[in-house]
Design a protein around this ligand. Sequence first.
Ligand SMILES: Cc1cc2nc3c(=O)[nH]c(=O)nc-3n(C[C@H](O)[C@H](O)[C@H](O)COP(=O)(O)OP(=O)(O)OC[C@H]3O[C@@H](n4cnc5c(N)ncnc54)[C@H](O)[C@@H]3O)c2cc1C
Length: 405
Amino acid sequence: VTESRFDVVVVGAGAIGLAGALAFSRAGFSTCLVGPAPERRDGRTAALLESSLSFLRGLGVRSALDAASQPLRTLRLVDDTDSIFRPPPVEFRADEIGLDAFGRNIENASLIELLAAALRADGRADWRAELAAGLSGEDFSTVRLADAPPLSGHLVIAADGRKSCLRDQAGLEAHETRYPQVALTTILRHEREHGDVSTEFHTGSGPFTLVPLPGRRSSLVWVNRPPIAERLVALPDADLARTIEERSHRILGRIEIDGPRGVVPLSTLRVSTLHRGRLALGGEAAHAVPPIGAQGLNLGFADLEVLLDLSRTARANGGDIGSPALLSRYQQARQRDVQVRTIAIDGLNRALLSGLLPLDMARGFGLGLLARVGPLRRAVMRAGLGATRFSGRGSAAGSRSASAG
Ligand SMILES: Cc1cc2nc3c(=O)[nH]c(=O)nc-3n(C[C@H](O)[C@H](O)[C@H](O)COP(=O)(O)OP(=O)(O)OC[C@H]3O[C@@H](n4cnc5c(N)ncnc54)[C@H](O)[C@@H]3O)c2cc1C
């Protein structure tokens, strides 16, 4: 059987795989994407931060992206626990640090649709809409398909999600920490304007977050204990809407359910090595975090940016885009950012769940200080947005993080 050869083979047609295939093919690398277009809608949205937005705009999807997403200008944190140290709500406003917005919120399904449309319209990448059957070759450079000749790449990107079979086949170990929580996700239509404000109520079972979408619509991420989430997800629309109205203290007025529902288990997934042979992990195949602090997909776009940057530099210098040296630079560039953010999100989630008095006090005290002390609040916003980023040319810049879903 003759195999087809490409510079880059990307496996998985989620947001990361689609964006990866588009980015590499637009940069002139012969590229093949392997994976069926996802069809399941689960009401999940992604708050994309400025660094991700500028990466995506660079892929020629600016107007589609702007039309389908809503700016996030204010992030409000409300302590809704029954703690005796309950601080006042804290508001982070983007204009306090000279920004127009922290980022934009978009339905995952809309993002996937617009990236798939852009990839088809661009036409440079080959897209095999089927599942990869596995990997072969000593250097993991060959992707096997069930009924077609294999595909080989100088670089193979596993963007096949948190249960990545490519990662397992290359023997890259993943450690998953499961939380006793699930996220209920859906889309809401509401009576009042959201005013581009995302509100995160911190409750004893996890955050309850409303994130603005275009029109009088918002997405809901309600983190809860599994039995409660199962009860909620089984409610008829009208009853679920009333429950959400009450939980949100009616800040958006009357609410209707306006989209599909999803229930997603929460966990953190870490891998110690992001590459083996010619295989590099990206997106949730490489790291997964609970939906607190809007990090997941943003981390994945940063993975792609670094890989693309390193590959372009290698090509300009006549080098090999899947060499061990290049991929170990990828690992170095991404490891710290991913680790810092995973630890921060894990810590925040545990502090909320613990119910332990010292942690509760520390959280109440911290939020209270943030509410009152402007310079501290601004410093926290900048720290959240200003993670060190890496570029193949050795510069560090960019922005990542902030809150919201
Ligand atoms: C409730 C919730 C809210 C979230 N909110 C945010 C947020 O506000 N901001 C943010 O940045 N992130 C957020 N995230 C995280 C974000 O949704 C994920 O990081 C993102 O969807 C991961 O994208 P991915 O492309 O890496 O993986 P996936 O979306 O899982 O895509 C992987 C794809 O690979 C395919 N695949 C699997 N196996 C194979 C195979 N063998 N061959 C071919 N294809 C294969 C799958 O079918 C799938 O289409 C949230 C997550 C949750 C659960």
